[in-house]
Design a protein around this ligand. Structure first.
Ligand code: GN1
Ligand code: MG
Length: 363
């Protein structure tokens, strides 16, 4: 019996296991789909280098998904398809720890769905804006004091900058001299890092329960309706700003190319996508967003794109120890696409601010 098969046997699955196949495009956890004679399940190996407290992590996910199920049931939705459902182990635990001290978890598999690495049209962009906003609404009355912080300072851009500076100083992989343009690019924008944090500190931006990893491919689209039905990857659901969710989503949904496109001539920030996503997002959060949040929407796209680019560059300098890499210079390639987007966003910022102000006045 191979490793995954013996792990799968520990979970409360209906029927006999037929196959276990790797799926997914995440950079952190390893994911498999398990097919049995009766059903399908997702089996995941939790990356405990990244999530150092998998017990707290699973507690968060279980509590949040149970909460979401209640909300979904109240509005007449399908609780098996509209949120993740944790499948417990045979001894009633939220995870299984194997003999190598690796942590595994499982969910019901949601079938007949599609994920997009890139939005295929403007309707998908708008619908995803609504879906991420709706997720924030559903969790707006979740007691955030009960959430564990699964990764400390996850969107603390100032701290991320310090980590970046440290990686430049240490230069463990001897790569610093070859990326001086990218390093300077970030130094020139150091002052941006504290903007959202300062507004949170002064109370102008409220903390809310946020997703914190709103990549388009974390959204499942129903094959029948082509509408988003479920948000995945709840590992980083924590107190945060809605600007993180909005900005991170447009980092991907606003780009003309994939995150690791090597030809930078193909990488552009698409302003139509910005408009459609924002329309969808604001339709969902119009009753809760405040004026400061609204005014910082365009800036947040730039800031989060810069932050993730900075994390890719930092990992490149640290010898690729955090994000899974699949080719040479993968993290550097990813960093460069992010910086290309940041540059274009900067050119569009005045216009984007104008558009958002207009949309805000029409809410
Ligand atoms: C990681 O897990 P995945 O691949 O959806 C990362 C995000 C980054 C993203 C960049 C826990 O997301 O923060 O934005 O890669 N997740 C974690 O693509 O670090
Ligand atoms: Mg993730």
């Amino acid at each position: 019996m191979n490793r995954e098969t013996s792990v799968a046997a520990r979970f409360r699955y209906e029927g006999d296991i037929i196959s276990i196949k790797p799926i997914g495009a995440g950079h952190i956890n390893k994911t498999y789909v398990v097919e049995t004679t009766r059903d399908k399940y997702t089996l995941q190996l939790i990356n405990t280098t990244v999530f150092t407290n998998p017990v707290a992590l699973m507690e968060n996910i279980y509590n949040v998904t149970e909460f979401l199920k209640k909300k979904i049931a109240e509005r007449g939705g399908d609780i098996r398809r509209e949120t993740l459902s944790v499948v417990k182990t045979k001894d009633n635990k939220l995870f299984y720890v194997d003999s190598d001290n690796c942590y595994w978890r499982s969910y019901l598999y949601i079938d007949d769905v599609t994920t997009y690495q890139q939005p295929k049209n403007l309707q998908v962009v708008r619908d995803s804006g609504y879906a991420f906003g709706d997720f924030l609404n559903m969790l707006s009355d979740y007691d955030m004091s009960t959430l564990h912080e699964t990764i400390k300072d996850f969107h603390n851009t100032v701290k991320r900058f310090r980590d970046f500076e440290m990686s430049v100083k240490r230069d463990v992989a001897g790569r610093v001299s070859s990326v001086s343009d990218e390093i300077n690019f970030l130094y020139q924008r150091k002052a941006d890092c504290g903007v959202i944090l300062e507004n949170i500190k002064s109370g102008k931006i409220p903390l809310r329960v946020t997703h914190n990893d709103t990549k388009l491919n974390n959204l499942l689209f129903d094959n029948e309706t082509d509408k988003p039905i479920c948000i995945l990857d709840l590992d980083t659901v924590m107190p945060g700003s809605i600007l993180y969710d909005y900005g991170d989503a447009l980092r991907i949904s606003g780009s003309s190319a994939e995150e690791d496109e090597e030809n930078l001539d193909k990488v552009h920030f698409v302003t139509d996508n910005f408009i459609y996503f924002t329309k969808g997002f604001l339709a969902a959060v119009k009753n809760s967003i405040n004026a400061v949040e609204l005014s910082l929407l365009p800036f947040s796209i730039k800031l989060i794109t810069m932050e993730i680019g900075m994390r890719f560059l930092t990992d490149y300098l640290n010898n690729d120890i955090y994000f899974a890499v699949h080719k040479e210079n993968h993290n550097l390639i990813r960093a460069r696409t992010q910086f290309k987007l940041v540059k274009e966003m900067e050119g569009y910022l005045p216009k984007m601010n104008e558009i958002v102000q207009k949309m805000g006045s029409e809410l």
